[in-house]
Design a protein around this ligand. Structure first.
Ligand code: FBP
Length: 260
């Protein structure tokens, strides 16, 4: 754990990562309802909103688009990722080195760990190398901590999500991105397990505006430090309006019902 409050991905102690690695993780299905979201350019534009502290993308998208946005967007390089076409036990290929991420302008590193997968040991060892390389550059490390695979019967159980947050602390992440555990009380437990690691909620599939903002409010009230969100922002007709509302809930403590 290193202090990251002065890093580019943190604003007033909190974090709002715009995630856009879906083209790899989910494929074209996520872009179908709103076809223009297949074009990364529009998402980079969205990421220039003041509420967004970092944009998470894979290497290829960063290579192609980040040079035009390096002054206005903070790049979080998602360093591993796998397509939905892969049908084996949960695993994630390391697609980029930390050195190359830095060369491309990354100011933070993202890594998915599938705790409970038969590949957990290999993934944890990959994480060790990546975390230590990131430390050499002083870059924050965000763990997408997603228990999945043969060891996990129910990945939305509060205890499993609390364990995911704890894994992030134990292995040396600075931010733990976890699923919402179902209630504010359960989220408080998740935050407790993470110690000084900043816990952020993973956005999930698109939901009703108010319901989504209320969930974010409950994460903040539980001591969470923000959000890493994709579809609940860029699948909306008014992404900017949603980011305006999230800005109020995350950084200004405005209740969801007022911000919506
Ligand atoms: P969403 O807010 O759209 O859920 O994005 C967050 C994210 O973690 C992405 O970074 C990633 O591509 C996706 O969710 C993974 O989703 P899944 O839970 O289906 O693996």
């Amino acid at each position: 754990m290193q202090p990251i409050d002065d890093s580019a991905i943190v604003r007033d102690g909190n974090v709002l990562i715009l995630a856009y690695d879906h083209g790899l993780e989910h494929g074209p299905a996520d872009f179908k309802g709103v076809p223009e979201t297949a074009d990364p350019e529009g998402i980079f534009e969205t990421a220039t909103h003041d509420a967004v502290t970092a944009l998470a993308v894979q290497k290829g998208v960063a290579e192609a688009y980040y040079p035009s946005y390096s002054d206005d967007v903070t790049l979080l390089m998602k360093i591993n990722g796998t397509s939905n076409l892969w049908m084996g036990e949960h695993d994630s290929a390391v697609n980029c080195t930390v050195d190359y991420a830095v060369e491309l302008g990354a100011e933070a590193i993202g890594f998915t760990l599938y705790g409970g997968s038969n590949h957990e040991v290999d993934m944890a060892e990959e994480f060790r190398d990546i975390q230590e390389a990131a430390r050499d550059y002083g870059l924050p490390v965000v763990m997408w901590s997603y228990p999945r695979g043969q060891g996990v019967k129910n990945d939305s159980k509060p205890d499993v999500i609390a364990y995911a947050a704890r894994q992030a602390l134990e292995l040396g992440a600075d931010v733990a991105k976890v699923k919402y555990p179902g209630s504010q009380g359960a989220m408080e437990d998740v935050v407790r397990m993470a110690g000084p690691v900043k816990v952020v909620m993973s956005g999930g599939s698109k939901t009703d505006d108010l319901a989504f903002l209320e969930r974010v409010e409950s994460v903040m009230d539980a001591g969470g430090k923000g959000l890493a969100v994709g579809r609940n922002v860029w699948q909306r007709d008014d992404s900017e309006g949603m980011l305006d509302a999230l800005e109020q809930v995350i950084y200004e403590g405005v209740p969801a019902a007022d911000a919506v």
